[in-house]
Design a protein around this ligand. Structure first.
Ligand SMILES: C[S@@+](CC[C@H](N)C(=O)[O-])C[C@H]1O[C@@H](n2cnc3c(N)ncnc32)[C@H](O)[C@@H]1O
Length: 276
């Protein structure tokens, strides 16, 4: 990062990319909006099996994208608020809520503004899949979560495992992938130039630059603990909703796993934590 690139500049580049991706994602097979409107839940078995009963709970979804998971949580009975920094994502979420006939509130704000813009007193704060790498400062993230939660409130996170960042992903030989070739411990933003959209591989994005932060598992758990949350569990899983490493194989409608013969590795993790 050059000194001219403030955290605001880095997030602005990310925002431009996310703004471009919204319409692409709403129309993609990856997000299954048609199936959602027909009544299908966008939530996967890991989340559904771990989050617990959210009926009647005030729930805040951080980085809600265009609201699919937020609205699926509303269908489980939660009173939902979704927050995302992309105006296009928030507009698409509001349209989707109207089309699905679901009552929901959406707020356009950055995660570091969550307490100020979304308020406090939530029973549940929720975040999942592909969220944390966009955040420069997990201490600020965790403090906002703690401030938004009511006493006794619960935070739930399901996320890609940081170990997946370390694997070879440029080899033509699938058997070379899942070899560790990059450092697990990396300071500062990783600046990527990649026109590939994870949901629509044939699309070439005009906004091909992104800034991402490689937060370790220890950083995530420590940030939550230091913000005053008590960790109830940290689980590691052998599957992930997207093929983070070339050669991963689809095992069902929700997940990809390492191919047969690759060493068993955690590919995702989930955390539940509670405010005292
Ligand atoms: C992969 S998506 C969210 C994951 C969600 N499970 C999904 O797939 O729909 C990441 C979201 O984070 C949002 N985002 C990125 N940086 C953000 C920030 N600093 N504050 C708020 N939202 C942010 C993006 O706009 C995007 O909608």
């Amino acid at each position: 990062m050059t000194s001219a690139q403030s955290s605001d500049d880095l997030l602005a580049a990310n925002l431009a990319r996310w703004e471009e991706q919204v319409d692409i994602h709403v129309g993609s097979d990856f997000y299954r909006v048609k199936e959602f409107l027909e009544g299908e839940s966008s939530l996967d078995p890991i989340v559904l099996g771990e989050i617990g009963d959210v009926r009647g709970r005030r729930l805040l979804h951080l980085q809600c994208h265009f609201g699919l998971d937020t609205l699926s949580l509303a269908r489980l009975g939660a009173e939902v608020t979704g927050l995302d920094f992309s105006p296009k994502a928030i507009a698409a979420a509001e349209t989707l809520a109207r089309d699905a006939g679901i009552n929901a509130r959406f707020i356009c704000a950055r995660v570091d503004e969550a307490r100020a813009k979304a308020g406090t007193g939530y029973d549940v704060v929720f975040s999942s899949w592909g969220a944390l790498m966009w955040l420069p400062d997990l201490a600020v993230w965790a403090r906002n979560i703690a401030a938004c939660l009511a006493p006794g409130g619960m935070f739930y996170l399901a996320e890609g495992h940081p170990i997946t960042w370390t694997f070879e992903d440029e080899s033509d030989r699938i058997e070379d992938n899942f070899r560790i070739v990059r450092s697990y411990f990396l300071e500062g933003p990783q600046q990527w130039e990649n026109a590939h959209d994870y949901a629509e591989p044939d699309v070439k994005l005009a906004h091909f630059k992104s800034n991402e932060w490689q937060h370790t598992l220890a950083e995530v758990v420590s940030a939550l603990a230091e913000a005053g949350l008590r960790i109830e569990f940290l689980h590691e899983h052998d599957r992930l909703p997207w093929p983070a490493v070339p050669g991963m194989v689809r095992v069902d409608e929700h997940y990809f796993m390492a191919p047969e013969g690759a060493p068993a590795m955690p590919l995702s993790y989930s955390v539940k934590a509670r405010k005292a």
